[in-house]
Write a protein that binds this ligand. Structure first.
Ligand SMILES: O=c1nc2n(C[C@H](O)[C@H](O)[C@H](O)CO)c3cc(O)ccc3cc-2c(=O)[nH]1
Ligand SMILES: C[C@H]1O[C@@H](n2cnc3c(N)ncnc32)[C@H](O)[C@@H]1O
Ligand code: SF4
Length: 326
């Protein structure tokens, strides 16, 4: 057997806004009345992050959903001269590309027209399915309706956007629900062929949230989910596990083959209590598997020219660099 290769992407995490129309029971990122203050990052702050990128090649834009639907969101957007987050994001993606970064946007549920406008500026995009089950954690989150999420993932397929999705483990769903969620992702991929990776993301409790005392999934549950994913998903779909939240080495033996975005400049703003190991540390821990850098768009989709048109030159340049780097 050839040695197993495990991939990762060097990214800069850009948490554009912590405002959100949803209120997920597990989320420690979102602003809360009397708790974390709401913000939108200003263009200068975003530019500053781009400039500090080091050798990162991916700009990961992950932030709260549809803030135009909130009063504070409308006010703060207006202050920076926008009425829609998508318009602001499009301008920032342009700048990211100028600075040598490939955008990967995960902004929650997005409608078809916004996806169509974002496609040219993104190397790939993402939306976690989370779960197809109806769970209490999502009772105040209209955007976590599984039908809406499936719809966005399918729209991305119609637009040929290389796509990342995944399931969140331990938010009140049962094992059967995990199976159903993975089957649903497999079905979508069979229809549109755009799913490049599926994240098996374990819930991590956050202080001050409704689920702060809810236990995280056990290692056995995470391993079981990785094995289910490997069995249910087609072989061309990578399985991503976060190295800051899991005993990733033992999961590689069960079929995981990607570690996602790793930043040496920014923390994981969704799980700030869990620092990423450095690349050197990962390299050391992962032996005898081989660690290899990848771009936010997987090679198959580079060959198929599915990445956004405006990212094309940069993708091809970086891809040649990485291929020469054995
Ligand atoms: O660094 C992180 N990257 C996260 N990523 C990014 C991911 O690691 C990379 O950006 C992709 O693998 C593309 O290279 C997500 C991407 C999604 O589309 C959906 C959810 C996540 C969650 C995280 C996360 O918690 N931390
Ligand atoms: C960006 C992604 O981060 C995940 N996410 C949100 N909150 C948590 C948490 N407490 N623990 C682990 N993952 C989380 C969700 O799956 C979201 O879609
Ligand atoms: S997980 Fe995403 S959608 Fe849910 S509250 Fe947090 S930012 Fe909003």
């Amino acid at each position: 057997m050839p040695p197993v290769t495990v991939t990762y992407s060097k990214n800069v995490f850009i948490p554009l806004t912590n405002l959100c129309r949803n209120d997920c029971g597990y989320c420690g990122f979102r602003s809360r009345p009397g708790g974390i203050k709401g913000y939108i990052m200003r263009p200068e702050e975003v530019r500053d992050l781009f400039r500090r990128r080091g050798d990162a090649k991916e700009a990961l834009f992950t932030f709260g959903e549809r803030i135009e639907e909130t009063d504070v969101g409308r006010i703060l957007l207006d202050e920076i001269g926008y009425s829609r987050m998508t318009d602001y994001l499009i301008d920032l993606c342009e700048i990211a590309i100028e600075e040598g970064l490939l955008p990967h946007t995960n902004m929650g549920v997005v409608d078809y027209d916004d996806l169509r406008r974002l496609k040219p500026l993104n190397a790939s995009m993402g939306l976690m399915l989370e779960t197809t089950a109806i769970v209490d954690a999502h009772r105040n989150s209209p955007g976590k309706d599984p039908a809406l999420r499936v719809n966005t993932i399918e729209d991305a397929g119609r637009l040929r956007i290389p796509f990342t999705t995944g399931i969140l483990l331990g938010i009140g769903e049962r094992r059967e629900d995990r199976i159903r969620s993975l089957q649903e992702i497999a079905r979508i991929h069979e229809e549109y062929g755009h799913i490049q990776e599926v994240i098996i993301q374990p819930f991590h409790p956050k202080p001050g949230t409704r689920m702060e005392n809810h236990p995280p999934p056990t290692f056995d549950e995470i391993r079981d989910a990785v094995m289910l994913a490997r069995r249910i998903l087609p072989d061309d779909v990578a399985i991503q596990v976060p190295p800051n939240l899991t005993d990733f080495k033992r999961l590689i033996a069960c079929g995981a083959n990607d570690l996602g975005g790793i930043s040496s400049v920014t923390p994981d703003y969704i799980n700030p209590e869990a620092p990423w190991p450095s690349i050197e540390e990962l390299q050391r821990q992962i032996f005898p598997y081989i660690l290899k850098e990848r771009l936010p768009v997987y090679p198959k989709y580079i060959e198929m020219r599915w990445m956004g048109e405006k990212t094309r030159d940069l993708v091809l340049r970086y891809s040649n660099e990485l291929e020469g780097d054995h």
